[in-house]
Design a protein around this ligand. Structure first.
Ligand SMILES: Cc1cc2nc3c(=O)[nH]c(=O)nc-3n(C[C@H](O)[C@H](O)[C@H](O)COP(=O)(O)OP(=O)(O)OC[C@H]3O[C@@H](n4cnc5c(N)ncnc54)[C@H](O)[C@@H]3O)c2cc1C
Length: 269
């Protein structure tokens, strides 16, 4: 449970962070809230040669609406998202998701940018980012969410690339996110998110594949006028969820259908 030794540097701004990351090479890692990276280092599943701490870089903790986009700095923590009036008005589904991430300690330290960069298929925000066509803005440019979550823990981020902010479309219509988990502070065994936007439904699934997933067959069924119950039956169409100690692949497919129906019905109620 003791990490291997590593160099530690605290960046004062993003230029310094990217310069150091470039100099230190691909074995160096960005440190934000540390609530995914440090546990991995303690288990020695990650052994970075150096950490570049961006935790005190100014300007990365802002939340604002800019036209029809909600722009959220990479260092905004889960607890701040959950209580932000701006987020509650512009994209209440995100605030509700944030309130259900981990436990109080995780919500006090973990960041939006960290969850997105980590690209864990059990993470909650990647599902929302994918289904709503979020944009991940970095020191090197910007990535549409549909191109960002490439595989398990795999993104197009370069070793010296740092996420600055994530932008979501403003969407305040009917919505719901349901996480199926054994204890309240656990990660989702499966999660189903639904959001009505521009008159149609967007449906996303957490932990049903190597990346977040969109339930496109169910979205299409709703667009064709099928009932919510009928559409939800297609939520697992084309998915091959993982089997692990917590759930088999078949059980996850079952959960995807059941949770999508419940989320749609609760959103519409
Ligand atoms: C007990 C527990 C329960 C949890 N439950 C949940 C849950 O229910 N749902 C959920 O979504 N998450 C959950 N998490 C994860 C938590 O949300 C983490 O905070 C999050 O995954 C990572 O954010 P972080 O700021 O801590 O990132 P860090 O741990 O600091 O970094 C994670 C990875 O992202 C990279 N990174 C971080 N920030 C940036 C950036 N700005 N630019 C580029 N790369 C960056 C790092 O280099 C590292 O590879 C849980 C964690 C714990 C310990």
């Amino acid at each position: 449970m003791i990490p291997a030794s590593f160099d530690y540097r605290r960046a004062h701004d993003l230029d310094e962070a990217t310069r150091w990351l470039g100099e230190l090479g691909p074995e160096a890692k960005v440190l934000a809230g540390g609530h995914s990276l440090i546990p991995l280092m303690r288990l020695r599943l990650a052994q970075p040669s150096a950490l570049v701490d961006i935790g005190r870089v100014p300007g990365l903790d802002t939340i604002r609406v800019d036209g029809d986009r909600l722009r959220i700095g990479a260092l905004v923590r889960h607890a701040a998202l959950a209580r932000s009036e701006v987020v509650r008005r512009a994209l209440p589904l995100l605030a509700e998701m944030a309130a259900e991430v981990g436990d109080q300690q995780v919500r006090a330290r973990g960041t939006l940018g960290g969850v997105i960069a980590h690209a864990d298929p059990a993470g909650d925000y990647p599902t929302l980012a994918l289904m709503l066509d979020a944009e991940i803005v970095t020191t090197h440019g910007s990535h549409p969410a549909r191109d960002f979550f490439q595989h398990l823990f795999t993104t197009p981020l370069q070793p010296d690339e740092v996420i600055r902010e994530v932008t979501f479309p403003v969407a305040a219509g009917p919505h719901r996110y349901i996480k199926f988990r054994r204890r309240r502070c656990d990660w989702a065994i499966v999660g189903a998110a639904v959001q009505q936007s521009d008159g149609g439904w967007r449906l996303g699934l957490t932990n049903c594949g190597p990346t977040p997933m969109r339930a496109r067959a169910a979205e299409a069924a709703l667009a064709e006028g099928r009932t919510m119950a009928e559409a939800a039956l297609q939520a697992a169409e084309g998915l091959t969820p993982p089997s692990d100690l917590r759930a088999s692949s078949d059980y996850r497919r079952h959960l995807a259908r059941v949770l999508t129906r419940r989320a749609l019905e609760q959103a519409a109620a």
